[in-house]
Every structure is written in C-alpha cells, then in structure tokens.
Design a protein around this ligand. Structure first.
Ligand code: GLN
Length: 475
C-alpha cells in the first residue's frame, strides 16, 4: 500500500487510479494501531483523516488538488492545529485545545496534505531521548530497547515505522536531526527565519525552527517548498525568495566541502567516523574538492546553548501559571500557592531543571557572568561559520557522536544527555540550516546519520548534495 518512493510517485499512482487514497490512509491507521507499543502518537485523528482522504480523492479527480495532494503528515504535538489538542507532551497542557493553526501546518493543509495526528515528543521539546514525556517513552522501531532520539522522537518514528508519509518536527538544538539519525530517516532543520514559528509553542525563541522528517530527499525538499516563507504573524520570518527546492534537485554541482576537525575529535564513535569518512572518500573520488577546516569555538557550543536556551525557556514558560492554559492544581489557599502548585504538579523534572537554570543565569549578579557572556560567544560561533563558509560551500559532519543509546542509559545523567547534541547545537546558535541523512547501519544494525551544514538560506545546496548521496552513494 506504500509502494511508492516519494510523493511524486504517490501522486502519479493516485492520479492513474492505481492507488486509492482511502485505502492508503487506512493502511497507515492500521500500522499505527499494530505498532501502538512504539507510542509515537499522542493523538490520532482517524475519522477526520478518512474524511479528508475522500475529499482529496475528489479534488485529484477534478484536477483541483494542491501539490501535497494526499501526502499523509503527522505533526509534533508542540504545533497548534485549531480545535485539536496541543499538549507539548506536558501535564500542564493536559486538555488544552488550540485556538488557531500554526502557519506551517496551515500551508500543508492548503496544499491538500492530510494531517493524521500529533506525535509524541519530549516535554516542551526539551530532551534528546523522548524519555521526558507525560505520554511515556517512544521506542525506536529499528531496535525497541533503544531510544528514538528527541525531542521530536515521535515524528521520527512515525516516518521510520511507516505510520505516515512525512512528519513535522522542531529543532532548537538538534531535535529534528538527532532523532532522524537515530531512526534512519531524513530530517532537515531550516535556516532560522525560513519557516514561520507562528503556532509553535516557544521553547527558545531565537533558536526554534520547524522542519520535515521524510523517507526521501525529494519529499523533504517538497515540504520545505510549501512551508517556507515570510509570515506577518512571525516578525522573525524572512522575506526572501523561496527556491523550487524539488525541481532544482535535478541540477548537478560539485561543491567544495569542508570537514571540520573538531567534529571528528575525541568522543566520536569509531564506526560512525569511518562511515562518514567513507562517504567523503567517495565524493573525493568523484572529483569533489574536500578540505579540512576548523571551527575552534566548537568546544563552547554546549555550554553556550544551555545558558541561552534555558534563559529563553524560563521566560517563555512563565505563561504556564495555572491561570491561563490547561492545568490548574486543585489544592491552594491563595494566588501564590495556586501558581506554585500548578507549576510544581504540571511540569516534569527536566522542564523544571531548565526553568531553574534559566532563572539563575538571568538573575542580577549572574546575568553578566553567564547570559551576556554566552551571547558574545554565540556571536563568535557564528563568526567561525562565516569564516569557513568563505572557503567552502558545505560542511560534512556526523550528526551524533553515538548511535541510538539504550532506554534509561542517560536519563540520570543530564550532562551526558546534553552531550548527544554536541554536533547539532552549533547550527541553531548560528541560525544556519542542516540536514541529517541516513547512510547505513553499524555492526549492531543501528542507523548512522551524516550531517550537512550550509550558510543561511542555502538549503538548496544541502538538498543537492543529499540527493547525490541518496541516489549515487547509499542507494
Ligand atoms: N536535545 C536538545 C535539548 O534538550 C535539543 C532540543 C530541541 O532541539 N528541541 O535542548
């Protein structure tokens, strides 16, 4: 029932009548039911999905369907979708219903995609293993003793386990790329400002991005084409021409590629290193120019990321106070106690840790030592990238230092957990785009992800190198 490689093929099958869209969505709904143990979804919209499938079938027949006609998409449960639940996998938003629809989600619907449900994730997108969810852990479909990565674990799993065609996740420090690597699918984090954040529940507003998980570069490119663009409702979205990402995939160009030495240093799993360098060797053989480069500020990225994102989170999450939105504690004697009890009972452990860290780094006396200093380091990290991108077009790195780790392995050690983002947080600090592409498996049969980074707004180059690797090297 999913004997197509990408949306273009699916659409042709639908148009020629060889594939029935209602059968197709029923197939996904059945997969979701059969693989319930993965816990990938917080909510599945069964009836609605079937209803939309019927409506889109009709549009396809009438030749009035949009370019995502019949693409079945799951969205991370931090994105607003009017009249549907929005929980951010947190008890504090239990029973909360969205009053409006996120721009990115609306753009999908406007092109006749079908929203099948909302995916599980780490609470408020804080985490790297999907173990911080009020809805419980998500399992990695490749090996159920392993985490799927996070925070967009459910979105990655929904694509990897064939529970939908494509999904949307969010990436503040790696939450699309890291789970994509752990589950063996494609995951793109766009340039900051490329996709409107309107309707995305804010974690760290100057880092947050929305992007696709897909089974092919083509589908990731197509979805990006649809969700990109300036939006009056997000002042940080950028007015800049949106390339035809999908049709430009037929171009071919031998980019100059940089290999940042800091991303291949101590702490990197050897099998991952070898797998990435094998691909790089292959590219060299094909005549790509490959150059060793250095990003000397890399060692400060995790510290800088955790100072700045917790500061922003502590401010963004202040609105969840029991008076507005969702949950309110039942037991309180006065207003202060209502705030205190609602937040104590509503937030999970990791979210509380971040709020406390963020409040601390912003407090008078520590603001200069931590927050202000980290802002300056952020600038230096950005300058590192500006410098290397004056010498090369793209960078190739591992997405993660290890493959998917065991459930429970790092849950008592936040620092170890934070280190799984060592190669991904830099892109969010610098606002640049990055993709993780699956390049094979290690000796334990666990997926390995390769990351490609580019300067801001040059997603097109990322897609071009990705499709070359997909079609010619890892095929
Ligand atoms: N794992 C990182 C964190 O916990 C990144 C999260 C994200 O990108 N949303 O902050």
């Amino acid at each position: 029932m999913t004997f197509y490689k990408n949306h273009k093929e699916k659409l042709e099958l639908l148009q020629s009548g060889k594939l029935n869209l209602v059968d197709n969505v029923n197939h996904f709904l059945k997969n979701i039911e059969d693989q319930k143990d993965l816990n990938a979804f917080n909510f599945v919209f069964e009836e609605e999905t079937i209803k939309s499938a019927k409506a889109v079938e009709q549009k396809i027949k009438n030749n009035t369907a949009g370019k995502l006609a019949g693409m079945v998409i799951a969205i991370k449960d931090v994105l607003a979708y009017k009249d549907h639940p929005l929980t951010c996998s947190s008890n504090i938003l239990k029973n909360f219903t969205s009053l409006y629809t996120a721009t990115a989600v609306q753009k999908l619907i406007d092109e006749d995609a079908i929203i099948i449900g909302k995916t599980n994730c780490d609470e408020f997108a804080m985490g790297s293993s999907n173990e911080n969810s009020a809805f419980g852990n998500v399992l990695n479909p490749v090996n159920k003793t392993r985490v799927p990565g996070g925070s967009s674990g459910g979105s990655a799993v929904s694509v990897a386990a064939n529970l939908c065609d494509v999904s949307l996740g969010t990436d503040t420090g790696g939450s699309i790329r890291q789970p994509a690597a752990f589950c063996g699918v494609y995951g793109l984090k766009p340039t900051y400002g490329r996709v409107s954040r309107y309707g995305l529940t804010a974690f760290a507003s100057s880092f947050d991005t929305i992007g696709p998980f897909a089974k092919s570069v083509e589908d990731a490119a197509l979805v990006m084409e649809v969700i990109s663009g300036k939006d009056e409702n997000d002042s940080t979205s950028v007015k800049k021409e949106i390339p035809n990402y999908l049709s430009s995939l037929s171009k071919s160009k031998k980019f100059k590629i940089g290999i940042p030495k800091e991303y291949f240093a101590e702490g990197l799993d050897e099998e991952i290193r070898d797998a990435i360098l094998d691909i790089v060797d292959e590219l060299k053989l094909e005549g790509y120019e490959v150059k060793d480069v250095s990003l000397p500020m890399t060692e400060y990225t995790i510290a800088t990321y955790y100072i700045l994102t917790t500061a922003e989170a502590s401010s963004n999450l202040a609105r969840f106070d029991g008076a507005r939105y969702g949950f309110r504690a039942a037991d309180y004697k006065n207003l202060n106690e209502m705030y205190l009890n609602s937040r104590t009972q509503g937030f999970g452990k990791e979210v509380k840790r971040r709020i406390m860290l963020g409040t601390y780094v912003l407090s008078s006396g520590y603001y200069d030592a931590y927050y202000r200093k980290a802002q300056k380091v952020r600038r230096l990290i950005k300058e590192d990238f500006d410098k290397v991108f004056s010498e090369v077009d793209l960078l190739i790195t591992p997405t993660t230092p290890t493959v998917a780790f065991k459930i429970g392995e790092k849950s008592d050690d936040p620092l170890q957990m934070y280190l799984s983002d060592i190669y991904t947080t830099s892109a969010n600090l610098a606002g640049i785009p990055g993709i993780s592409i699956p390049i094979g498996k290690n000796s334990e049969n666990l997926p390995i992800g390769l990351q490609i980074l580019s300067p801001q707004f040059e997603e097109e180059k990322i897609f071009l190198l990705s499709i070359h690797i997909q079609n010619e090297i890892t095929k």
